[in-house]
Design a protein around this ligand. Sequence first.
Ligand SMILES: NC(=O)c1ccc[n+]([C@@H]2O[C@H](COP(=O)([O-])OP(=O)(O)OC[C@H]3O[C@@H](n4cnc5c(N)ncnc54)[C@H](OP(=O)(O)O)[C@@H]3O)[C@@H](O)[C@H]2O)c1
Length: 387
Amino acid sequence: MKNKSIDEKIKVLRKTIDGIDESILDLINQRLLFGKNIGEIKKKSGSEILDIAREKEILDRLAKKNSGPLSNDVIFHVFKIIMAASRDIQTEYPVYESMNNHIDGLGCLDYSRQFFDEKSTFDIFGVMGNPVVHSLSPFMHNFAFNFFSLNSVYTRFEPLNLKYAVSGIRELGIKGVSVTIPYKESIIKYLDTVSESAEKIGAVNTIVNRNGFLEGHNTDWKGFVRALEKHTKIKDKNILLIGAGGAARGIAYGINIKEGQLFITNRTDEKGRVLAKEFSGEFVNIHELGKLEPEIIVNATSVGMYPYTEVSPVDESVFKSGGLAFDIVYNPVETRFLQLAKKKGFKTVSGISMFVYQGEEQFKIWTGKEFPAQLLKEKIFEKIYNI
Ligand SMILES: NC(=O)c1ccc[n+]([C@@H]2O[C@H](COP(=O)([O-])OP(=O)(O)OC[C@H]3O[C@@H](n4cnc5c(N)ncnc54)[C@H](OP(=O)(O)O)[C@@H]3O)[C@@H](O)[C@H]2O)c1
């Protein structure tokens, strides 16, 4: 009799929970539809779907409003998944970030675990940025760790609070981190030291953790110079650099070191002007590129990167007769920018070589070992095209 009444009570409570779950489901779907409306407005105005500042503002506001018993950590995870699902629904080619964000790290670990026995420990490395769901760095570095049979694994980190993320690297003994959009410049103030070139560039793309002491390096510029010099000398060439972000800073530095003549253009004039001044270049407004006849044109913006592959940062009138076009975007291998350049008789270079060479430099800093660069270029090409 007593048991029956307990069962009855549980049944009633469960029924209430089922009702709440259905309301939550309904509310999440309603939220996603509002997000979809915003996505359509953003698409018309050409704005980015991901707005990190807005996402952080939401998480901070909810944490303040939270009266428990749910912890703020759980709120963070639940809403990160909801916001990623909202981004997925706003995108023409969804990548299911909402799932990937949470399973991809584990996916990398599972991939690597097959090489270890149960009792072995392994060193952790990763790429840190937002978003990093498309990054091929985990594929590249895990391949190299496996190639050398190292007990190491490389995963993805997508923090919203950079300061806490850097404390995490130190405290958890994460051995090395690749830094990407949008943290290459802002991370410097949290590190213990930076290399001379990274300091001059003002951007770090590689962190090495030496027993809790964090060193910052920049390998983008070396990767760029090596990839370009496979095709042509840089010295005395007129080079138009499109972009003024973290990667563009490294490239401007490399062009300086190799004594090329630098011209810079950027969507936001002010950032382009500052970069041109710092690296003895000439700033040219993006609508006045017609007056230039560059021998080399470099796209150092993220425009054209998967999944927004139909766009180019400049139109075809920028490509005069003959020359070399270099896109640092590596997925797709032939971007819209490179297609336009090819039509005008330009030689084209994709970002894959730079990507592999900058990765090779990172790997050397972390392990002291030489990367299987050529093999990796082939593997990455196969991976991008699902061969
Ligand atoms: N191949 C490689 O090894 C390699 C290495 C590093 C980076 N990358 C790639 O390079 C790209 C840039 O990386 P980053 O770290 O420099 O990023 P970042 O610091 O965020 O800079 C982004 C640059 O792109 C411009 N931009 C962004 N959206 C634009 C749009 N819709 N129209 C015109 N310009 C736009 C920005 O202009 P504003 O200043 O106006 O915002 C800025 O100049 C990424 O795609 C990254 O994956 C490749």
